[in-house]
Write a protein that binds this ligand. Structure first.
Ligand code: 13P
Length: 255
């Protein structure tokens, strides 16, 4: 199981970030170690090179990269810089990037290609809006995102992409957000695998890792794992508290 901590624009200082990571490391060394567990911490990029080296259990991811490799793009971080900082994973097209920074699925496609070229594993975030969900448009929304985001990426590379399904309204920062029903997540997981089968083949449909994200917490994480269709979680607010984050992992390991 993959547990991806998306710290978003938190915590406010490097010292706080170091403390949070130290508490997670300590907790893991005293009880959470397990061969099937992989933790990926995605801190704010400015802290990335200051949090120590990755270990076999804890790797680092970046929350975003620019859609161009180099050039005059004020404020952007290049994939080259991410690779130089020992980053092994990259979140791509997170819903907050789409919502607040107008990022498109075309941008996602460029970023996924850049990551793959530099041997960084892209974690491609997909998910429908509440409006699309209510109108029964989840399937076309996900299908479009997958088609455009993965356009012209050869099958050998598709295998290296991790998907993260995050329905927008389940993300804790959104007004009225609530954790999605685990049975519904199972259904959408199957739907994503069917779409992958249509676009590629059975092997891709079966073996692609699909994470779930949206208000994941110690009290609900194990419910999602029960259906065995989920390969891990993308965790926002609960990853900012080492106890909550570790308890999510512990509760899932019991299942
Ligand atoms: P929450 O876990 O706070 O709902 O955030 C989900 C998310 O956006 C992770 O990328």
């Amino acid at each position: 199981m993959l547990y991806v901590a998306n710290w978003k624009m938190n915590p406010p200082s490097l010292n706080d970030a170091k403390r949070l990571l130290k508490n997670i490391r300590t907790g893991i060394n005293t009880g959470v170690k397990d061969k099937k567990t992989q933790i990926i911490i995605c801190p704010p990029a400015i802290f990335l090179t200051k949090l120590g080296r990755p270990s076999s259990l804890i790797k680092f991811g970046i929350q975003n990269i620019g859609s161009k490799e180099r050039g005059a793009f004020t404020g952007e971080i290049s994939v080259l810089m991410a690779a130089d900082a020992n980053v092994e994973y990259c979140l791509v097209n997170h819903s907050e990037r789409k919502l607040y920074f107008n990022e498109t699925t075309r941008d996602a496609n460029q970023k996924i290609k850049l990551c793959l070229e530099k041997r960084i594993t892209p974690i491609f975030c997909i998910g429908e809006s509440q409006k699309q969900f209510k109108k029964g448009k989840t399937k076309p929304a996900l299908e479009n995102q997958l088609k455009q985001g993965l356009k012209d990426i050869g099958i050998m590379n598709i295998k290296k992409v991790i998907l993260a399904y995050e329905p927008l309204w389940a993300i804790s920062s959104q007004k009225g957000a609530k954790a999605e029903n685990p049975d519904q997540i199972l259904g959408i997981n199957i739907l994503i695998r069917k779409i992958l089968f249509g676009l590629y083949d059975q092997k891709i449909a079966r073996e692609t890792k699909i994470l779930y994200g949206g208000s994941v917490a110690p009290k609900n994480a194990a419910l999602y794992v029960k259906n065995k269709s989920i390969d891990g979680f993308l965790i926002g607010s609960a990853s900012l508290n080492s106890f909550s984050f570790l308890n999510i992992i512990k509760n899932c390991q019991k299942n």
